[in-house]
Design a protein around this ligand. Structure first.
Ligand code: CAA
Length: 249
Protein backbone atom coordinates (compact mmCIF):
# COMPACT_ATOMS: atom_id res chain seq x y z
CA UNK A 1 0.00 0.00 0.00
CA UNK A 2 1.52 3.37 -0.93
CA UNK A 3 1.55 6.25 1.53
CA UNK A 4 -0.74 8.17 -0.82
CA UNK A 5 -3.59 5.86 0.08
CA UNK A 6 -3.01 5.98 3.83
CA UNK A 7 -5.10 8.13 6.07
CA UNK A 8 -3.37 9.70 9.07
CA UNK A 9 -5.43 11.10 11.94
CA UNK A 10 -3.74 13.54 14.30
CA UNK A 11 -5.73 14.34 17.44
CA UNK A 12 -5.15 17.84 18.74
CA UNK A 13 -4.04 18.42 15.16
CA UNK A 14 -4.49 22.17 15.14
CA UNK A 15 -2.35 22.68 18.26
CA UNK A 16 1.32 23.59 18.59
CA UNK A 17 2.94 20.19 18.02
CA UNK A 18 -0.10 18.82 16.17
CA UNK A 19 0.17 21.41 13.41
CA UNK A 20 3.80 20.54 12.70
CA UNK A 21 2.92 16.83 12.62
CA UNK A 22 0.01 17.38 10.23
CA UNK A 23 2.13 19.42 7.85
CA UNK A 24 4.98 16.95 7.89
CA UNK A 25 2.76 13.90 7.32
CA UNK A 26 0.99 15.77 4.53
CA UNK A 27 4.35 16.56 2.91
CA UNK A 28 5.19 12.86 3.17
CA UNK A 29 2.09 11.92 1.15
CA UNK A 30 -0.43 10.87 3.78
CA UNK A 31 -4.06 11.97 3.60
CA UNK A 32 -4.06 13.90 6.85
CA UNK A 33 -7.07 14.64 9.03
CA UNK A 34 -6.57 17.03 11.95
CA UNK A 35 -8.91 16.52 14.88
CA UNK A 36 -9.91 19.41 17.09
CA UNK A 37 -12.32 19.99 19.99
CA UNK A 38 -15.94 20.77 18.99
CA UNK A 39 -15.65 24.20 20.65
CA UNK A 40 -12.83 25.12 18.23
CA UNK A 41 -14.80 25.05 14.96
CA UNK A 42 -13.99 28.64 14.07
CA UNK A 43 -10.31 28.30 14.91
CA UNK A 44 -10.17 25.07 12.91
CA UNK A 45 -11.64 26.73 9.84
CA UNK A 46 -9.09 29.54 10.05
CA UNK A 47 -6.35 26.95 10.58
CA UNK A 48 -7.45 24.94 7.54
CA UNK A 49 -7.44 28.09 5.41
CA UNK A 50 -3.95 29.01 6.65
CA UNK A 51 -2.64 25.54 5.79
CA UNK A 52 -4.31 25.67 2.40
CA UNK A 53 -2.74 29.08 1.67
CA UNK A 54 0.63 27.46 2.27
CA UNK A 55 -0.16 24.54 -0.03
CA UNK A 56 -1.26 21.92 2.53
CA UNK A 57 -4.49 20.06 1.83
CA UNK A 58 -5.41 18.91 5.34
CA UNK A 59 -8.93 18.01 6.40
CA UNK A 60 -10.25 18.85 9.86
CA UNK A 61 -12.78 17.05 12.04
CA UNK A 62 -14.32 17.97 15.38
CA UNK A 63 -14.57 15.41 18.16
CA UNK A 64 -14.15 15.42 21.90
CA UNK A 65 -11.43 12.83 22.46
CA UNK A 66 -12.58 12.35 26.05
CA UNK A 67 -15.84 10.86 24.71
CA UNK A 68 -15.76 7.29 23.37
CA UNK A 69 -18.99 7.82 21.45
CA UNK A 70 -17.74 10.97 19.76
CA UNK A 71 -14.54 9.18 18.78
CA UNK A 72 -16.58 6.30 17.29
CA UNK A 73 -18.49 8.84 15.21
CA UNK A 74 -15.26 10.54 14.15
CA UNK A 75 -13.64 7.27 13.05
CA UNK A 76 -16.75 6.28 11.08
CA UNK A 77 -16.94 9.67 9.34
CA UNK A 78 -13.27 9.59 8.35
CA UNK A 79 -13.61 6.02 7.08
CA UNK A 80 -16.60 7.03 5.04
CA UNK A 81 -15.00 10.07 3.43
CA UNK A 82 -11.31 9.06 3.17
CA UNK A 83 -10.90 5.41 4.16
CA UNK A 84 -9.77 3.72 7.37
CA UNK A 85 -7.27 5.44 9.63
CA UNK A 86 -4.02 3.47 9.39
CA UNK A 87 -1.77 6.06 11.03
CA UNK A 88 -2.93 7.53 14.33
CA UNK A 89 -1.07 10.19 16.28
CA UNK A 90 -2.59 10.68 19.74
CA UNK A 91 -1.47 14.25 20.31
CA UNK A 92 -4.44 15.92 22.04
CA UNK A 93 -3.51 17.08 25.50
CA UNK A 94 -4.18 19.70 28.15
CA UNK A 95 -2.57 20.91 31.35
CA UNK A 96 -4.15 21.89 34.66
CA UNK A 97 -0.95 22.58 36.59
CA UNK A 98 -1.40 22.88 40.36
CA UNK A 99 0.67 21.91 43.36
CA UNK A 100 -0.86 18.75 44.74
CA UNK A 101 -2.30 20.47 47.79
CA UNK A 102 -4.27 22.81 45.51
CA UNK A 103 -5.25 20.18 42.93
CA UNK A 104 -8.97 19.50 42.83
CA UNK A 105 -10.66 16.34 41.59
CA UNK A 106 -11.85 18.25 38.51
CA UNK A 107 -8.22 19.13 37.58
CA UNK A 108 -7.21 15.51 37.99
CA UNK A 109 -10.12 14.11 36.01
CA UNK A 110 -9.91 16.58 33.13
CA UNK A 111 -6.27 15.76 32.45
CA UNK A 112 -6.71 12.00 32.81
CA UNK A 113 -9.76 12.00 30.52
CA UNK A 114 -8.30 14.21 27.78
CA UNK A 115 -4.70 12.99 27.86
CA UNK A 116 -5.05 9.30 28.75
CA UNK A 117 -8.60 7.99 28.30
CA UNK A 118 -8.48 9.61 24.85
CA UNK A 119 -5.85 7.06 23.84
CA UNK A 120 -8.37 4.31 24.50
CA UNK A 121 -11.28 6.24 22.99
CA UNK A 122 -9.59 7.03 19.69
CA UNK A 123 -7.31 4.01 19.24
CA UNK A 124 -10.01 1.48 20.06
CA UNK A 125 -12.15 2.90 17.25
CA UNK A 126 -9.47 2.46 14.55
CA UNK A 127 -7.62 -0.59 15.89
CA UNK A 128 -9.75 -3.22 14.17
CA UNK A 129 -9.24 -1.52 10.80
CA UNK A 130 -5.48 -1.65 11.35
CA UNK A 131 -5.69 -5.36 12.25
CA UNK A 132 -7.70 -5.99 9.11
CA UNK A 133 -5.24 -4.04 6.93
CA UNK A 134 -2.26 -5.83 8.44
CA UNK A 135 -0.71 -2.42 8.78
CA UNK A 136 -0.90 0.28 11.39
CA UNK A 137 1.09 2.99 13.07
CA UNK A 138 0.05 4.35 16.46
CA UNK A 139 2.17 7.12 17.94
CA UNK A 140 1.36 8.43 21.40
CA UNK A 141 2.70 11.87 22.22
CA UNK A 142 3.60 11.76 25.90
CA UNK A 143 6.10 13.98 27.72
CA UNK A 144 9.41 14.06 29.51
CA UNK A 145 7.29 14.79 32.57
CA UNK A 146 5.67 11.37 32.30
CA UNK A 147 9.16 9.90 32.58
CA UNK A 148 10.51 11.96 35.49
CA UNK A 149 7.52 13.72 37.14
CA UNK A 150 7.24 17.49 37.42
CA UNK A 151 6.48 19.85 40.28
CA UNK A 152 2.83 20.91 39.79
CA UNK A 153 1.91 18.14 37.32
CA UNK A 154 0.77 15.07 39.27
CA UNK A 155 -2.22 14.73 36.92
CA UNK A 156 -0.27 15.33 33.71
CA UNK A 157 2.68 13.12 34.70
CA UNK A 158 0.28 10.29 35.60
CA UNK A 159 -1.54 10.55 32.27
CA UNK A 160 1.65 10.72 30.22
CA UNK A 161 3.25 7.79 32.05
CA UNK A 162 0.00 5.88 31.54
CA UNK A 163 0.12 6.48 27.81
CA UNK A 164 3.34 4.51 27.61
CA UNK A 165 1.73 1.61 29.46
CA UNK A 166 -0.86 1.49 26.70
CA UNK A 167 1.89 1.73 24.09
CA UNK A 168 3.82 -1.26 25.42
CA UNK A 169 0.69 -3.39 25.59
CA UNK A 170 -0.66 -2.51 22.15
CA UNK A 171 2.83 -3.00 20.70
CA UNK A 172 2.64 -6.61 21.85
CA UNK A 173 -0.92 -7.09 20.60
CA UNK A 174 -0.21 -5.51 17.21
CA UNK A 175 3.27 -6.84 16.52
CA UNK A 176 2.26 -9.91 14.52
CA UNK A 177 -0.22 -7.83 12.55
CA UNK A 178 2.11 -5.25 11.03
CA UNK A 179 1.15 -2.61 13.58
CA UNK A 180 3.83 -0.65 15.41
CA UNK A 181 2.94 1.36 18.51
CA UNK A 182 5.37 3.85 20.00
CA UNK A 183 5.52 6.70 22.45
CA UNK A 184 7.35 9.94 21.72
CA UNK A 185 8.20 11.98 24.82
CA UNK A 186 8.97 15.61 24.00
CA UNK A 187 10.58 17.94 26.48
CA UNK A 188 9.65 21.63 26.58
CA UNK A 189 8.62 22.69 23.07
CA UNK A 190 7.74 26.17 21.74
CA UNK A 191 3.94 25.93 21.78
CA UNK A 192 1.00 27.78 23.34
CA UNK A 193 1.04 25.15 26.12
CA UNK A 194 4.53 26.06 27.33
CA UNK A 195 3.89 29.76 26.68
CA UNK A 196 0.98 29.56 29.13
CA UNK A 197 3.45 28.96 31.96
CA UNK A 198 4.57 31.88 34.09
CA UNK A 199 7.61 33.52 32.45
CA UNK A 200 9.86 33.04 35.50
CA UNK A 201 8.95 29.36 35.83
CA UNK A 202 9.51 28.74 32.12
CA UNK A 203 12.84 30.55 32.11
CA UNK A 204 14.05 28.53 35.11
CA UNK A 205 13.10 25.29 33.36
CA UNK A 206 14.82 26.24 30.10
CA UNK A 207 17.95 27.21 32.05
CA UNK A 208 18.04 23.61 33.27
CA UNK A 209 17.88 22.10 29.78
CA UNK A 210 21.39 21.11 28.66
CA UNK A 211 20.72 22.57 25.18
CA UNK A 212 19.53 25.83 26.84
CA UNK A 213 16.56 26.16 24.52
CA UNK A 214 13.11 24.74 23.96
CA UNK A 215 12.44 22.28 21.18
CA UNK A 216 10.79 23.30 17.93
CA UNK A 217 7.55 21.54 16.88
CA UNK A 218 9.23 20.50 13.60
CA UNK A 219 11.87 18.66 15.62
CA UNK A 220 9.11 16.52 17.10
CA UNK A 221 7.32 16.05 13.79
CA UNK A 222 10.35 14.59 12.04
CA UNK A 223 10.52 11.58 14.37
CA UNK A 224 6.78 11.08 14.02
CA UNK A 225 7.22 11.02 10.25
CA UNK A 226 9.84 8.31 10.55
CA UNK A 227 7.77 6.21 12.95
CA UNK A 228 4.73 6.55 10.68
CA UNK A 229 6.57 5.52 7.57
CA UNK A 230 6.93 2.05 6.14
CA UNK A 231 10.71 2.53 6.75
CA UNK A 232 10.02 1.82 10.40
CA UNK A 233 8.97 -1.78 10.55
CA UNK A 234 10.89 -2.86 13.63
CA UNK A 235 10.74 -0.13 16.28
CA UNK A 236 7.74 -0.90 18.46
CA UNK A 237 6.91 -0.42 22.14
CA UNK A 238 9.61 2.24 22.39
CA UNK A 239 9.51 5.52 24.27
CA UNK A 240 11.60 7.97 22.28
CA UNK A 241 12.82 11.05 24.17
CA UNK A 242 13.21 14.40 22.37
CA UNK A 243 14.11 16.76 25.17
CA UNK A 244 17.40 18.57 24.55
CA UNK A 245 19.09 16.40 27.19
CA UNK A 246 16.67 17.33 30.00
CA UNK A 247 16.20 13.71 31.03
CA UNK A 248 18.37 10.75 30.10
CA UNK A 249 17.77 7.17 31.07
N1 CAA B 1 10.96 22.03 42.83
C1 CAA B 1 10.89 22.36 44.14
N2 CAA B 1 10.23 23.42 44.60
C2 CAA B 1 9.60 24.19 43.70
C3 CAA B 1 9.63 23.91 42.33
C4 CAA B 1 10.38 22.78 41.90
N3 CAA B 1 10.45 22.44 40.60
N4 CAA B 1 8.92 24.84 41.66
C5 CAA B 1 8.46 25.68 42.62
N5 CAA B 1 8.87 25.30 43.83
C6 CAA B 1 8.58 25.95 45.12
C7 CAA B 1 8.71 27.45 44.99
O1 CAA B 1 10.05 27.84 45.20
C8 CAA B 1 7.78 27.96 46.06
O2 CAA B 1 8.43 27.83 47.31
P1 CAA B 1 8.09 28.83 48.54
O3 CAA B 1 6.63 28.64 48.82
O4 CAA B 1 8.99 28.36 49.60
O5 CAA B 1 8.40 30.20 47.99
C9 CAA B 1 6.64 26.95 46.04
O6 CAA B 1 7.20 25.75 45.49
C10 CAA B 1 5.45 27.40 45.22
O7 CAA B 1 5.89 27.60 43.87
P2 CAA B 1 5.12 28.53 42.85
O8 CAA B 1 5.33 29.97 43.23
O9 CAA B 1 5.53 28.18 41.45
O10 CAA B 1 3.61 28.12 43.15
P3 CAA B 1 2.33 28.54 42.37
O11 CAA B 1 1.18 27.99 43.15
O12 CAA B 1 2.34 29.99 42.04
O13 CAA B 1 2.47 27.77 40.96
C11 CAA B 1 2.61 25.91 39.50
C12 CAA B 1 2.41 26.38 40.95
C13 CAA B 1 1.47 26.47 38.61
C14 CAA B 1 2.53 24.41 39.50
C15 CAA B 1 3.96 26.43 38.98
O14 CAA B 1 4.97 26.02 39.86
C16 CAA B 1 4.28 25.90 37.60
O15 CAA B 1 3.77 26.37 36.61
N6 CAA B 1 5.21 24.91 37.53
C17 CAA B 1 5.68 24.33 36.28
C18 CAA B 1 4.78 23.22 35.84
C19 CAA B 1 5.25 22.75 34.50
O16 CAA B 1 6.42 22.42 34.29
N7 CAA B 1 4.33 22.68 33.55
C20 CAA B 1 4.69 22.29 32.22
C21 CAA B 1 3.67 22.88 31.25
S1 CAA B 1 4.13 22.55 29.58
C22 CAA B 1 3.88 20.93 29.42
O17 CAA B 1 3.32 20.26 30.23
C23 CAA B 1 4.41 20.31 28.16
C24 CAA B 1 5.33 19.21 28.49
O18 CAA B 1 4.97 18.08 28.27
C25 CAA B 1 6.68 19.52 29.00
Amino acid sequence: MSTATKVALVTGGIGGIGTAICRRLSQDGFRVVANHHPTENEAALAWKNDQSAEGYDIDTIAADVSSFEDCARMAAEIKNSHGPVLVLVNCAGITRDKTFKKMEAAHWRAVIEVNLSSVFNVTRNVWEDMLEANFGRVINIASVNGQRGQFGQANYAAAKAGMHGVTMTLAQEGAAKGITVNTVSPGYVETPMTLAMRDDVREAIVAGVPMRRMGRPEEIASIIAFLASADNGYITGANIPINGGLFMH
